[in-house]
Design a protein around this ligand. Structure first.
Ligand code: ZN
Length: 177
């Protein structure tokens, strides 16, 4: 996992951004996904006044949509709200390190900052598997920070998968009887 300097803050001087408040809102979204049987990842897009402009959680299964990751859902809602396909000055908080698809979309939107919670050693595109946030050939760089409330974000995912494995085991045992 890449080491994220604690002092790194948004270069747009948005010092109001309260990490725990914003990530708390993303976690609320992630919890909503559990009831739907979706992997609990949540995201919010907030502006320089701290107003939530878009929020979402994973919806890939219920929407039959491989692109319906939390970040994309929140990004689409924010872009609609702003009536703009570019979102400069806005911040996205997400509970899990974004994948390649999401980082691509977030960079296209020209967000000021992306903040994630837990690292994703399987598909993370902000330093875990690869790091496209610092890829020099890409012409726009969104500032990225990771590890914010990583334990709470990771615990939600771990307990979800633990529960799912237990259910699968119980079903297997039942079918053997
Ligand atoms: Zn993604």
């Amino acid at each position: 996992m890449k080491a994220w300097p604690a002092e790194l803050r948004c270069s747009h001087a948005c010092m109001w951004v309260n990490d725990s408040t914003a990530m708390g809102l993303a976690l609320d979204q992630a919890r909503q996904a559990i009831a739907l049987g979706e992997i609990p990842v949540g995201a919010v897009v907030i502006d320089a006044q701290g107003q939530v402009l878009g929020a979402g959680h994973n919806r890939t299964i219920i929407d039959h949509d491989p692109t319906a990751h939390a970040e994309i859902v929140a990004l689409r809602a924010a872009a609609k709200n702003m009536e703009n396909y570019r979102l400069p000055g806005l911040h996205l908080y997400v509970t899990l390190e974004p994948c390649v698809m999401c980082m691509g979309a977030l960079m296209h939107a020209r967000l000021a900052q992306v903040v994630f919670g837990a690292a994703d050693p399987k598909t993370g595109a902000c330093g875990s598997v690869l790091d496209i946030s610092t890829y020099r050939q890409l012409n726009h760089h969104t500032q990225v920070r990771g590890g914010v409330m990583a334990n709470a974000c990771g615990a939600l995912l771990s307990s979800f998968f633990r529960e799912r494995r237990a259910q699968a085991r119980a079903q297997r045992d039942q079918s053997k009887r």
